[in-house]
Design a protein around this ligand. Structure first.
Ligand SMILES: [Zn+2]
Length: 303
């Protein structure tokens, strides 16, 4: 009899903890609003699952996604997705890895996309001298393509999402020549070095963290995160890449891929590095993203 009552007690405790942890997750998601400041829902690896991934993200409190095109070939997909979903902020840009394949008319096509889509920001653009850049991509070509696009962002008064790996001296030089950028520049998937943060901040930069920060040693990651002023912090997934080490959500059919709902996992990690509550960082990063993306013509309204 005693055994039985202990068993019942254990079972009821277990049931209670399952129910309360689900309720916690739900109420946390309901209270928090998050903004995925950089992702690629148009990517061939996930485009078929986009409606499902968007629904999962909504359920987790992720209300906006900045979806970045990478070549002329996918800008129309980003546009279509933005026409269908209010939460998709379109971004058009030529990524540094793909400069070789550009057509002679790439820049006039890009300008046409901006004329037709006042709610669009610029991205993904950038500079990459790291071993990750495909062989044969000419750096001088990257510089030329980047300059044209960052100039266009400044002229159009839109934020620009920038990929920069192993090319910070060149990036700073160009941004000083062309800048400042009062409409903002996003250093996407920023992993340091922390030394570049003050100058980039002065020029109008924001720093966006993703799962790409997680392979760094924790004390190194902490230095990077703490170097950034709180009013310049953004969170992103870079989905389908950048799967965090602690993913809360897996893409059905391919568990190596990332999705926007996992901006929660990034939030948890960055908040722990900053020794701040998740709620507080969610509020700060959401406000920063809304301020940055509520340019004239945008779907995002200043709250
Ligand atoms: Zn990206």
């Amino acid at each position: 009899m005693k055994d039985l009552s202990i068993k019942i007690l254990y079972i009821s405790l277990a049931v209670f903890s399952i129910i309360s942890s689900e309720t916690n997750l739900k109420s946390m998601a309901m209270k928090m609003k998050l903004f995925d400041a950089h992702c690629h829902l148009q990517d061939q690896r996930i485009i078929d699952k986009a409606p499902q991934l968007i629904a999962t993200a909504y359920g987790a409190g992720v209300v906006y996604f900045a979806v970045n095109g990478i070549t002329e070939k996918d800008w129309h997909l980003v546009k279509e997705m933005s026409d269908e979903y209010y939460s998709v902020i379109p971004n058009f840009g030529l990524h540094p890895w793909f400069v070789q394949g550009k057509s002679p008319s790439w820049f006039s096509t890009l300008k046409e996309f901006f004329e037709a889509n006042p709610s669009a920001a610029v991205g993904e653009i950038g500079l990459d001298k790291s071993p990750l850049a495909p062989k044969g991509v000419d750096f001088a070509d990257q510089v030329e393509v980047f300059k044209k696009q960052i100039e266009l962002a400044k002229e159009l008064k839109r934020p620009a999402s920038v990929h920069c790996l192993d090319a910070f001296p060149e990036l700073l030089r160009i941004m000083k020549d062309i800048g400042p950028f009062p409409s903002g520049v996003i250093l996407h998937s920023f992993q340091g070095p922390p030394e570049v943060v003050p100058e980039l901040t002065k020029l109008g930069s924001y720093f966006s963290f993703s799962g790409h920060l997680m392979p760094l040693q924790e004390n190194k990651a902490r230095k990077v995160v703490k170097a950034v002023p709180l009013d310049r912090i953004l969170l992103e997934t870079d989905a389908p890449d950048g799967l965090p080490k602690n993913p809360l959500f897996l893409v059905p059919g391919n568990e190596t891929l990332n999705q926007p709902a996992n901006v929660h996992s990034v939030l948890i990690y960055v908040a722990s590095l900053l020794e701040m509550s998740k709620e507080e960082l969610a509020e700060i990063s959401y406000k920063n993203a809304v301020r940055l993306f509520s340019f004239q013509g945008s779907k995002v309204l200043l709250e």
